[in-house]
Design a protein around this ligand. Structure first.
Ligand code: HEC
Ligand code: HEC
Length: 233
């Protein structure tokens, strides 16, 4: 019995090892956060700051991807991955694609030798060139623009996850917002009270509406105004 268990775990060990190359088992995103984010901003798009220590990772990714010189265009991404994997351990003013002014402002990146393994560096580089791409930036900017265009009240509803339980037009766990607006069209204070204190037993027997005790008065007001408007469009 003990022998069988031993052989089984040995088999599992080899199966796990032979399945994928090592970098695919490493989490490039988590590694980027823990190994690079202390100096490089890793938001997409980056948060602008006056006293940044290094160029944002999105800028680095776009940069390196544009400036590496592959012999064959189809090799551009693998060449970029190779560049970053090397740069992490062996940075130099000559290799850097940063312009002179930036290099002067930031100073050379200190080598990260002994702070991560080569495989970890590769996993980070792979993640950089799959996540920080022009296509992804466009998708994110479109989503952001759509969110910015929303009514202030709807933004608050999204922030507090009201829409997980209430559809605007459809009933989910709780009644639709349109139904609520119809019922309380002349009774705004009732809505405010329900959001603040929660509610149960009014719309159904089982499901409970949680209390949002800590929501700011101003937010609550804007949110309630928006709910009351949902049956008017
Ligand atoms: C201690 C701060 C610091 C840490 C940690 C750091 N960097 Fe840098 N990095 C810099 C600075 C400063 C620059 C700009 C100067 C230069 O190009 O060397 C830079 C530049 C780079 C460049 C070259 C940019 C270009 O356009 O040529 C790459 C690639 C890079 N970093 C990747 C990484 C990755 C990946 C990590 C995480 C493993 C990391 N860095 C961790 C400070 C840091
Ligand atoms: C976990 C699910 C859930 C979340 C999250 C939730 N609700 Fe509800 N809500 C309910 C349920 C269930 C009811 C019906 C309760 C009842 O029958 O009294 C309800 C009822 C309501 C009512 C009507 C209460 C009454 O007195 O008739 C309002 C108004 C309301 N929700 C607003 C909101 C707002 C605004 C948010 C976000 C800040 C929110 N809800 C978040 C589940 C939820």
């Amino acid at each position: 019995m003990i022998k069988n268990v031993f052989i089984l775990s040995l088999l599992l060990f080899f199966a796990a090892c032979s399945e994928k190359p090592l970098t695919q088992n490493l989490d490039g995103k988590a590694l980027l956060e823990s190994k690079c984010a202390s100096c490089h901003d890793i938001n997409m798009p980056p948060k602008i700051s006056d006293n940044e220590l290094a160029p944002p990772i999105m800028a680095v990714s776009f940069h390196v991807h544009n400036f590496v010189k592959p012999t064959d265009e189809s090799q551009r991404t693998s060449k970029a991955i190779e560049f970053v994997t090397d740069y992490i351990f062996n940075p130099s003013l000559k290799k850097s694609f940063c312009d002179e002014d930036s290099l002067e402002r930031y100073g050379l990146m200190p080598s990260q030798k002994n702070k991560l393994t080569k495989d970890e560096a590769k996993a980070i580089a792979l993640y950089m060139f799959t996540n920080f791409t022009q296509e992804n930036l466009i998708v994110i900017q479109k989503k952001q623009a759509a969110f910015d265009a929303l009514d202030a009240g709807e933004k608050i509803a999204i922030k507090h996850r009201c829409l997980g339980c209430h559809g605007v037009n459809i009933k989910k766990v709780g009644p639709s917002l349109v139904e609520i607006a119809d019922k309380y069209s002349q009774n705004k204070d009732e809505i405010i009270k329900s959001i603040r204190n929660g509610s149960k037993g009014i719309w159904s027997k089982g499901a409970v509406m949680p209390a949002f005790e800590k929501m700011e008065d101003e937010e609550l007001e804007i949110l309630t105004e928006w709910i009351l408007k949902t049956n008017k469009s």
